[in-house]
Ligand binder design. Structure first.
Ligand code: GUN
Ligand code: FE
Length: 424
C-alpha cells in the first residue's frame, strides 16, 4: 500500500464559506487518498515516508474546468473582437492546423508543461476535431501524471470547410476514442465535446447524446456566452423554448456528468434545469472580459445550488493560472454587484478558492479538498517572498498567494499522492 505524510501549513475549503487552516500539521494519505489531518503523528503512521515542508503552505491542486488546447498559440491574439468574429478570424484557422501531428506535439508539450508549472493538477480540455492529435494529447497527459478529461471537438455546420465534419464520421471517430480510452488510464479520460449548438446539427447532437448515455461518458460544451450567439440559437431552433432545451432534448445536459462553459445569459428557468440536472457551470471571467461577452451572475448559480467551477478558457481567456482566474472572478462579481444588481453579493476569497479547487474538483470525484477519502492532489507553496517580513495568519497568506503569488511560489506538485515532476 502506497503511503505518504506531508507536513506543513495546510489550507483548503471543504465548503465555500471559510478557509480551513491547520498550521504545522500532518496530512496522512494511503493509496493516494487522504486518511486525515493531525497535529501529532500517531504511532501507526510514524514509519510512513514523510515529506517535511515546515513553514510552507500545502493546498489542493488547482482545477481548470474549461480550456482549449489547440488555442494555446493564440493566447493574447485578436481579443478586441467578440465571440463569433473571433472564432472565424483567429480560432478556426488555428484549430485547422492540428491535422499535423508534429505541430500538435509541439503545442501540447508546451501546454502540458505550463499546466504543471501553474499548479493545475486537473483540467477539462477541448482538443480540435482531429482524432489523431486528440489521442496524442491524451497520451501526453497520461505520461505527465496530471489528471484530465479530453474531448475531440464535434462540428458539422457553420464553421470553415476544413473543420466541417461528415456527421456520421464525427460520431464514429468519437466512439472510437471513447472505446480506446475509457479504461486506459485512471487519470486521463474521454469527454464528449459538441462545440456548441450553432456548429452541431440535430443529427450530430442526437448521435453524441446516445454515445454519452450508452457508454456513461461525460459531456462538455458552451452555453449562453454572447448575446448574438443566444439569438442565433433561437433562430436555428425555433421549435425549442431556449438554449438549454436544445442540449437537454438530445441527451447532452446532465444525462451524464456535464459541464457548460460561460452561462452568462441564462434565464431563471434554465438555471433551475441546470440545478435539477446537476450540470456544472464553468465560470471563465478572463474570457468574458476579453471577448466583451458579459459577466456571469455567479452568485445566482451558487444560490440555486448549481455546481460551479472556474475555467481559464484559453485562448478566449489569456491567463492559464487558476489563482489569477480566482481573482478575476472576485473582481467580476464586484462589478456585477456594483453596476447591475445589489442582490448579487460579490464572491469572497474563500468562495473563489473553493471554485478553483473543490468546486471544479467534484467533477472528477473526490478531488479539490483534503477531507478524508479525497485524492491527495496537493501543491507546496513557498510564500516567503510574498510576506515582506511580516507575520501573517494562514488565511492572510493564502489570500496573498491568490492575489500576488505565481508559479515561482509553487515548489512541488502531487496528484493522487504521487509527486509529479516537470513534464518532458
Ligand atoms: N464557443 C464556441 N467555441 C468557442 C471557443 O472556442 N471559445 C469560446 N470562448 N467560446 C466558444
Ligand atoms: Fe471555450
Amino acid at each position: 500500500m502506497a503511503k505518504i505524510v506531508l507536513k506543513g501549513d495546510i489550507v483548503f475549503t471543504s465548503n465555500k464559506d471559510r478557509f480551513e487552516t491547520y498550521e504545522d500539521y500532518y496530512i496522512v494519505a494511503e493509496n493516494g487518498k487522504v486518511v486525515g489531518i493531525y497535529e501529532e503523528l500517531a504511532d501507526e503512521y510514524k514509519n510512513y515516508p514523510i515529506k517535511d515542508y515546515t513553514g510552507k503552505m500545502i493546498i489542493p491542486g488547482f482545477v481548470d474546468l474549461h480550456l482549449h488546447a489547440p488555442q494555446y498559440p493564440n493566447r493574447g491574439l485578436g481579443l478586441d473582437k467578440e465571440l463569433i468574429p473571433w472564432l472565424n478570424t483567429y480560432t478556426f484557422p488555428e484549430e485547422s492546423k492540428y491535422r499535423d501531428i508534429e505541430y500538435a506535439k509541439k503545442v501540447y508539450s508546451n501546454l502540458i508543461k505550463d499546466l504543471w508549472r501553474v499548479g493545475t493538477t486537473r483540467s477539462v480540455i477541448f482538443s480540435s476535431i482531429h482524432r489523431e492529435s486528440t489521442k496524442l494529447l491524451m497520451d501526453m497527459l497520461m505520461d505527465s501524471g496530471l489528471g484530465a478529461y479530453v474531448g475531440k471537438v464535434n462540428m458539422d455546420r457553420n464553421t470553415t470547410p476544413e473543420l466541417t465534419e461528415d456527421t456520421q464520421r464525427s460520431i464514429v471517430e468519437t466512439e472510437e476514442i471513447i472505446l480506446e480510452y475509457k479504461d486506459k488510464s485512471n487519470l486521463v479520460k474521454p469527454i464528449i465535446t459538441p462545440r456548441f449548438v450553432p456548429t452541431c446539427s440535430v443529427e450530430l447532437m442526437k448521435g453524441l447524446g446516445k454515445l454519452a448515455i450508452n457508454n456513461g461518458i461525460p459531456v462538455q460544451s458552451h452555453l449562453s456566452e454572447n448575446v448574438s450567439e443566444v439569438e442565433w440559437v433561437k433562430e436555428l431552433h425555433p421549435e425549442l423554448p431556449d438554449y438549454v432545451s436544445v442540449y437537454n432534448e438530445y441527451g447532452l445536459f446532465g444525462q451524464t456528468n456535464t459541464i457548460m462553459a460561460h452561462c452568462i445569459y441564462n434565464t431563471e428557468n434554465e438555471i433551475d434545469i441546470m440545478a435539477r440536472n446537476g450540470v456544472f457551470a464553468a465560470h471563465c471571467p478572463y474570457s468574458n472580459y476579453n471577448l466583451s461577452s458579459g459577466i456571469m451572475p455567479v452568485r445566482k448559480f451558487l444560490d440555486k445550488k448549481v455546481p460551479v467551477g472556474l475555467g481559464s478558457d484559453i485562448s478566449g481567456g489569456n491567463n492559464l493560472s487558476i489563482p489569477s482566474v480566482m481573482v478575476a472572478a472576485i473582481q467580476a462579481s464586484k462589478i456585477k454587484w456594483l453596476e447591475t444588481d445589489k442582490k448579487l453579493q460579490p464572491l469572497t476569497s474563500s468562495e473563489a478558492f473553493f471554485l478553483g479547487t473543490k468546486g471544479g474538483g467534484i467533477f472528477f470525484g473526490k478531488v479539490g479538498s483534503f477531507e478524508e477519502g479525497y485524492d491527495l492532489d496537493a501543491l507546496i507553496i513557498d510564500d516567503s517572498s510574498l510576506m515582506c517580513g511580516n507575520e501573517l495568519s494562514l488565511e492572510e497568506r493564502i489570500q496573498k498567494f491568490m492575489y500576488i503569488g505565481d508559479d515561482r511560489n509553487i515548489i512541488h506538485r502531487y496528484v493522487r499522492g504521487n509527486e509529479v515532476s516537470e513534464p518532458k
